[in-house]
Ligand binder design. Sequence first.
Ligand SMILES: Cc1cc2nc3c(=O)[nH]c(=O)nc-3n(C[C@H](O)[C@H](O)[C@H](O)COP(=O)(O)OP(=O)(O)OC[C@H]3O[C@@H](n4cnc5c(N)ncnc54)[C@H](O)[C@@H]3O)c2cc1C
Length: 484
Amino acid sequence: MSRLVVLGAGVAGHTAAAFARKWLSRGDQVTVVSPLPHYNWIPSNIWVGVGLMKREKVVIPLAPIYERAGIEFRQARAVEIHPEGREEDPSPFVVVESTVAGREGQREEIRYDFLINATGPKLNFGATEGLGPDGHSLSVCTDGHAARTAQALDERVERMRRGERQAFLVGTGHGACTCEGAAFEYIVNLEFELRARGVRDKADIVWISNEYELGDFGMGGMHLRHAGYLTPSKIFAESLFAERGLRWITRAHVRKVEPGRAFYETLEGRQEELAFDFAMLLPPFAGVGLKAFDRAGADITPGVFMPNGFMRVDADYTPRPYEQWSARDWPRTYQSPAYRNLFAAGIAFAPPHAISRPRQTPSGAPIAPAPPRTGMPSATIGKAVARSVVDMMAGADGPTRSASMAEMGAACVASAGANPFTGTAASMTVFPVVPDFEKYPEYGRDPHLTFGEIGLAGHWIKILLHHLFLYKARLRPGWSLIPE
Ligand SMILES: Cc1cc2nc3c(=O)[nH]c(=O)nc-3n(C[C@H](O)[C@H](O)[C@H](O)COP(=O)(O)OP(=O)(O)OC[C@H]3O[C@@H](n4cnc5c(N)ncnc54)[C@H](O)[C@@H]3O)c2cc1C
């Protein structure tokens, strides 16, 4: 009997555990460790955050799903990895701390033959003073945050109905943020919703981000095939904003948030501030802070994880200037170079470098979007890693599957409104996520597979994906036929 332990039950971990369970024999064990009792379909948090969807519609309890599937579930937070076990017993193990009410903090050691780290991001609100729901801004990164944001929006709408003007600020809360696409989707939804509630004329809506230009999305922008033309995503995004009366500030590092005020530094070094009544600002991401120890108990965290907490995998981490970055730097198998039975999937792996060109303000603050790792790549990587692990358990020498972000595409559907008749969407697909200038010398991406559309069709796709992916996450009959 072999034992696979998966840390994290998000897009990557849940996908990896479900496929591994399907492919392994019943004698083998699959255990998932995750601190929350539920799975959150994060992309639909956007709709929760504008009050168009109830929080309950984007979460599903994990325990019954795993029980039905034959997966062991520990509601706990992993804190330590011991890939060499102990001197007296070399079996590797993880240390987890229970998050079950009444048993919080109780430690347990779980032994493994293979370990997949799919712990996603730490939402690093602490990087910016006053940022986040415990500070003075809002978020949609979790279902709970999104529900609070919807409440705050209701209050602001009430004020507008009484005739007050309200200032809305949406974007990134630090110069090193990622996930600009999610904030972009939120601002488009917010504008749509304020119109739907009849108060748009009372709202000033401003975008603030660390992008060098609007439409960068942490991917260095892209050239989208749109209406027969190759359009830079800057033009695509700027037209969308201009049509909706959204003002934008780019090249900004938000350094502090106070009640009703955001302070930021621009790439040129200007210190600016903005007043707001409602600010939804995403945090930068870091790894969740797992520690690693060798058999003698010595801390080997720096060998297994990068300083930002993400896990080292088979990427080329040699520091190089932007001009020398290559698609080949990106990992393919997500295996730890230190331990053959240790893998990372989804946001938990350390990218070799950014995709967008990193810049700094004169005072040294970063204007450096981190690379996005959206749902489709996270799930695709989770599935590929699961296959490699299953094959290695059956005797393969090493990983059998690869899933490089320089060889896969991603889609961003910024869908506004949750209604199939009145909604709309700006849909963009990009291939590959990481540009490959050797293969596609002009723009780094395949112009036939990188396109953008605005209209109802993308909106229908987004609604369909919401239902399909939650069906899949419930592991209902035929789930494995639904693509990642
Ligand atoms: C608001 C928002 C909207 C988005 N919209 C889209 C979209 O439209 N399309 C798209 O493709 N992508 C979207 N994304 C990105 C997408 O959500 C991520 O790519 C995806 O969730 C990453 O999957 P993951 O498994 O790596 O991380 P997560 O899904 O975050 O999962 C991480 C898991 O690890 C668990 N965990 C954390 N710490 C520990 C620990 N110490 N031990 C064990 N488990 C732990 C967490 O509880 C969670 O279960 C959006 C993201 C945000 C924030």
